[in-house]
Design a protein around this ligand. Structure first.
Ligand SMILES: *[C@@H]1O[C@H](CO)[C@@H](O)[C@H](O)[C@H]1NC(C)=O
Ligand SMILES: *[C@@H]1O[C@H](CO)[C@@H](O)[C@H](O)[C@H]1NC(C)=O
Ligand SMILES: *[C@@H]1O[C@H](CO)[C@@H](O)[C@H](O)[C@H]1NC(C)=O
Length: 255
């Protein structure tokens, strides 16, 4: 079904036909990511003098280049595939001769949060665990929930902290404990129009590798080396001194 967005300037009618989606009263076309939107601008019948008038399309104020046959009397632009950046973009069409006669529509690109699949996460005992879910969606998600082994995550008991900045929902544990934190996590974002989308994390807690004693060991080796070097140096000193003494004695013996 075609819906028309009608503008009634004094001279003529400029119609904007939007083939697939509907246009609401505010001149907004609702579409989805990856889909196609075709916008057609044409002069309303009755004014034959305008049939050959050249039309100009603007995307957010920037001129859209059109092929020769797509300029006079009727012109269409196709947005395909619709991408994130098309959200909120305004397309307008006007007569090349007279920019005051114009029609425009704004795209409202809806999309669900990009949540799916499962991720394997290995974390060491006592290390920090951070799980992130991308919850960006249009319209914004109405809620985000986190589960561990099928039960709602008990933030207090597990020492978790949860943040949400509208883009990412982040579940954090500062110091992981195997008994409390190992298991299957799931974040679920709920959208009023797209329903639920989830992502899983299989978290395994591994034993702490001995990173910590490595530094003292290196320091120990350095100390041992320095000590040996000092020992050699002092012995060398003593040897030269002894040699010198011997020499002196020898010299004196000659006199
Ligand atoms: C452009 O169109 C408007 C509205 O129809 C009209 O009032 C105006 O005189 C036109 N301007 C030119 C330069 O033709
Ligand atoms: C876009 O469409 C969605 C779904 O109908 C709606 O909730 C949202 O308010 C719209 N956004 C704008 C800017 O019109
Ligand atoms: C979650 O389930 C796994 C597998 O049954 C179990 O090993 C783990 O201890 C459970 N985690 C928690 C925090 O209860």
């Amino acid at each position: 079904s075609k819906m028309k967005l009608m503008f009634r300037p004094l001279l003529f009618h400029l119609l904007l036909f939007c083939s697939v989606p509907g246009v609401n009263n505010e001149g907004v076309i609702e579409t989805e990511l990856e889909k196609s939107v075709s916008l057609v601008c044409q002069h309303d019948g009755g004014h034959d003098t305008l049939v050959d008038e050249e039309l100009v399309w603007l995307r957010n104020g920037a001129v859209v280049s059109l092929t020769e046959g797509n300029k006079k009397g009727r012109s269409s632009v196709c947005v395909t595939p619709v991408i994130y950046d098309d959200n909120g973009v305004t397309f307008s069409c006007h007569l090349s001769k007279n920019a005051t006669v114009t029609a425009s529509v704004t795209l409202n690109v809806t999309y669900h949060p990009q949540l799916s699949g499962s991720e394997e996460v290995a974390v060491e005992e006592e290390a920090e665990l951070v799980l992130r879910c991308d919850i960006l969606a249009n319209p914004p998600v109405s809620s985000v929930s986190w589960k561990l082994n099928g039960s709602v995550v008990d933030l207090l008991a597990g020492g978790f902290s949860l943040t949400n900045d509208g883009f990412t929902s982040k579940l954090t544990v500062n110091s992981v404990e195997k008994s409390l934190h190992e298991g299957t996590y799931q974040c679920t974002a709920t959208s009023l129009i797209y329903g639920e989308h989830s992502k899983q994390f299989s978290v395994t807690v591994t034993e702490t590798t001995f990173k910590f004693p490595l530094m003292p060991m290196v320091a120990g080796v350095v100390v041992v080396c320095l000590t040996s070097l000092l020992a050699v140096v002092s012995r060398w000193n003593r040897i030269t001194k002894v040699t010198h003494q011997t020499h002196t004695l020898h010299y004196r013996a000659h006199n």
